[in-house]
Write a protein that binds this ligand. Sequence first.
Ligand SMILES: Cc1ncc(COP(=O)(O)O)c(C=O)c1O
Length: 464
Amino acid sequence: MTINMPSGVTELGAKDLGSLFHPNTNLAVHHANGPTVFTRGEGIRVWDDQNNEYIEGMAGLWCATLGYGDEELAKTAYEQIKKLSFAHLFAGRSHESAIQLADKLASMAPFRNARIFFGNSGSDANDTQIKLIWYYNNAIGRPKKKKIISRKKGYHGVTVAAASLTGLPPFHQGFDIPIPRIIHTESPYYYRGAEPGESEEDYATRLAASLEQLILSEDPDTVAAMIAEPLMGVGGVLLPPATYFQKVQAVLDKYDILLLDDEVICGFGRCGNTWGADTFHMKPHTISVAKALSSAYLPISAVIVPDFMYEPMIEASGEVGLFGHGFTYSGHPVSAAVALRTLEIYEERKLYDHVRRVTPKFQSRLSALGAHPLVGEARGVGLLGACELVRDKSTKEAFDPRLAVGAKCMAMCQQHGLIVRAIGDAVAVCPPYIVNAADIDDIFDRYQKGLDDTLSWASKEGLL
Ligand SMILES: Cc1ncc(COP(=O)(O)O)c(C=O)c1O
């Protein structure tokens, strides 16, 4: 293949174009534009290979909660590598970091007597969720009860089963996904999904009724679980309408269907409480965590499993001769040590309180962007938000997706030294927890400039 080198590409950028296969990237656009190559980070800021400085307004991928270059986490990793760089959990072997982290997570779980199963990513945690549900239902003699309900616009990862849970077309198209037994219900998207004049409560009632219809049409005896993020991040920062989870949960309870909570973005304080489930009144049966678990310093994920599921699996695995699921790096000692230190730092530095303290400023600056001529809706909770860009605010008319207006806005913000993320035409912002009030002003001043530049571009191009 001949590699086209876009103008202005740096030496590292050229190597990237020659050798890297980028995940979750429009490969055609990447080859036309080349990469932005980051070389260092400190606090909430990162620098590229031309020494341009940016505020990381997305905490990487909604994950670098403690920002960059934390000395204590670096020391923890270094010391654990020297002490015991690898140990595994297969065949009953164990080690201190995994035990201490499991103990800590179990004490934080919103249900009693939790068990912790470790993995390496949010995707594999959600794959594990599916396998555990299937194994559990086999163990308790319900071999028919296997289907998993997910939601359109939900994001649960990219491995074959997790991508099937994901309800976004680019993660299915061309990959022969979804696999059987995974079905999708409506997403809670009040801005676009509600009828004119419909209250949040009425909209939630309608969504719960549509879920019930789906369950009945599939046969409730074949439906095992529903998976949901407390709020949909990658789907466009979609907050559940008031009463949504109470109503959904009543339907699930009626048909003995478990609720799997994907806390990969929301877990550990992002929405203002330890769990997104607390913010949005979910009562989950199991939980997936990753990202903020280690502040993204090292890869690690976990599934938090309730006692009532674990117990029947003990006997079942005895009969089979093995509980045949797990990864070489399940509970990797260095990742686990860093994750444990991260959870301790959240408490020692009072970061849950800090997030709650700076949230009003963050949310008021975000909602002020709602007045911008391009912004149809500014929505968010805690230290997370998005502006949905529209062609016409009064009719909510969207731009033609091929114009990639959201991506344009993201690029404009980047020119002002702010990293945000375009999800279609919703432009998300999700900074590290360590932002202070001045940082928040800086972030939204830059965001406003990015929006203004996008507006000038759109009017010059005749798009309005
Ligand atoms: C809610 C949610 N679940 C799962 C995942 C997948 O995590 P990973 O990319 O670590 O596989 C993500 C990633 O953004 C996510 O947002």
